[in-house]
Design a protein around this ligand. Sequence first.
Ligand SMILES: Nc1ncnc2c1ncn2[C@@H]1O[C@H](COP(=O)(O)OP(=O)(O)O)[C@@H](O)[C@H]1O
Ligand SMILES: [Mg+2]
Length: 302
Amino acid sequence: MSVIELKQVSRWYGNVVAVNDVTMTIGPGVTGLLGPNGAGKSTLLHLMAGFLSTSGGTATLDGQQIWRNHDIYRTIGLVPEREGVYGFLTGWQFVRSAARLHGLQDDAAERALDLVEMTAAKDRRIETYSKGMRQRVKVAGALVHEPQVLLLDEPFNGMDPRQRLHLMDLVRKLGAAGRTILFSSHILEEVERVAQQIEVLVAGRHAASGDYREIRRRMTDRPHLFRVRSSDDRRLAAALIADASSGGVSLTAQGLEVRTEDFRRFTRLLPRLARDLNVHLWQVSPTDEDLESVFSYLSGRS
Ligand SMILES: Nc1ncnc2c1ncn2[C@@H]1O[C@H](COP(=O)(O)OP(=O)(O)O)[C@@H](O)[C@H]1O
Ligand SMILES: [Mg+2]
């Protein structure tokens, strides 16, 4: 069982602060690293893999410093985001060369290919593979030396739904076997389907931590802005203003804009009011549900 520990880790590139004073612990099982583009996810994964040094703070694996520690590299596998594979190689050649780099024999490559279910296609050139197969071969390359820790950077990006399910199953399986797995993503739904634990990174900072219920709760427990269109906006507005859950109601050309501090109460109140007033609801849509605004809200609170 392996544990990665970051203590007040920062990393900057010139003037750009990519990771800012992050303290987190990643233990066995599957953890999702959630954050929008530019949040510092790739930088954090590279720090954990020993590809980058920290500018401040410490990154350790089971108590040992990761940077420039060759023994530690043997226990970590990284699947980078970029397509780091040559299309002219076969899957077998690619994974075997990864095995050789670790001083391992062909049986290690065979085992890794079998684990990702790529044995049948191993003699085809990688350029003929689908995105999902390419991703699985990369995972096999990172697993040849049977590392206790597996880090995956945006592994589900660009995959079709079927391939995504397949890779999600594999990641879950590897986590259930006791490995310490961390993968990055900017999509909450993706993260909560695979990860038991979620760490949220926003603008280089550690913005939230918890299981998906906790993260969901923090994301819904915030002011919401809804657009409402109905058969009688004025009547509905008057009734909404009277209730404590609405923080403000304004009548616009596109309908009502309703701000609420209490999401649950509002979503129960609105249909009841409409029914009592005999007003038909035509449209109820959140206007600030994009993930960016949720992220900026989370980062503002921490
Ligand atoms: N090699 C680099 N040189 C300069 N800035 C970089 C470099 N790599 C990343 N950055 C910057 O650091 C920040 C975090 O980047 P990154 O770790 O790639 O985030 P993410 O993977 O979450 O999209 C961004 O502002 C990015 O532009
Ligand atoms: Mg990235």
